[in-house]
Design a protein around this ligand. Structure first.
Ligand code: NAP
Length: 201
């Protein structure tokens, strides 16, 4: 059994991750609501506070990555930066800071999303930052110390989120949260590193 911090635990992707981590000791974190620790992944000090408060942990599973949606022409620099600050740098900072706190042989699991390989209108910032995260895990895996592993989960849309995103995604087949949960489980419990785990129908 590993001690796993799940960030964004109350969100749809957080719930998917939790479904795959039932054999582990889970510590929940998020920006608001009924979680064990409050954290804002866009704030370095907040990330430091989370790791300091938790103490010992073997894995970090992050499911947070706020994205703005607009056409490329209409998306402002501020909307780009909001997305980059959360989905890209927020996740990179969780690893950059967390590598000093996580147990030897621990793991980080980040979230990307299928839109970097199956683009749709309005989602250029989500797609671009998802691609950045996929590249980040593949490359930083070579640099992490003390046997620390890192992977990204790259799912298609969840069945549980189809009511929100389905209209934007004609021709996509949603997948159940439980299936995506298996990918999180494989990343946390296995020995793979530097991999992008695609979950698509
Ligand atoms: N849902 C899908 O089908 C799907 C598929 C593929 C990829 N993804 C990716 O998964 C990620 C999460 O999506 P989701 O559907 O789970 O979203 P969601 O249901 O809106 O949940 C997001 C969670 O993250 C929290 N959060 C937002 N900003 C935060 C921050 N700066 N620090 C800490 N917590 C923060 C939110 O807290 P508050 O309630 O306080 O805002 C909320 O609990 C996104 O990057 C998305 O692109 C989603």
């Amino acid at each position: 059994m590993k001690t796993v911090i799940v960030i964004g635990a109350l969100g749809k992707m957080g719930q998917a991750a939790l479904s795959g981590l039932k054999n582990h000791k889970v510590i929940t974190a998020g920006r608001s609501g009924e979680v064990d620790h409050i954290v804002d992944i866009t704030d370095e000090q907040s990330i430091i506070n989370l790791y300091e408060q938790v103490g010992h942990f073997d894995a970090v599973v992050n499911t947070v990555g706020y994205c703005e949606y607009a056409t490329f022409d209409e998306m402002s620099e501020s909307q780009w930066m909001t997305t980059v600050t959360s989905k890209m740098m927020g996740q990179i900072n969780l690893v950059r800071i967390g590598q000093r706190y996580i147990a030897e042989g621990g793991s980080f699991t980040l979230i990307s999303g299928i839109l970097n390989v199956k683009p749709i209108p309005m989602a250029i910032a989500d797609a671009t930052t998802s691609g950045a995260i996929d590249t980040f895990v593949k490359c930083v895996a070579y640099e992490l110390p003390r046997g620390i592993r890192i992977n990204a989960i790259n799912p298609t849309v969840l069945e549980e989120a189809w009511a929100v995103y389905g209209e934007m995604m004609p021709g996509f087949q949603p997948v159940p949260s439980a299936l995506v949960g298996k990918a999180f489980e494989r990343s946390v419990a296995g020995f793979i590193t530097g991999e992008v785990l695609f979950v698509d129908a």
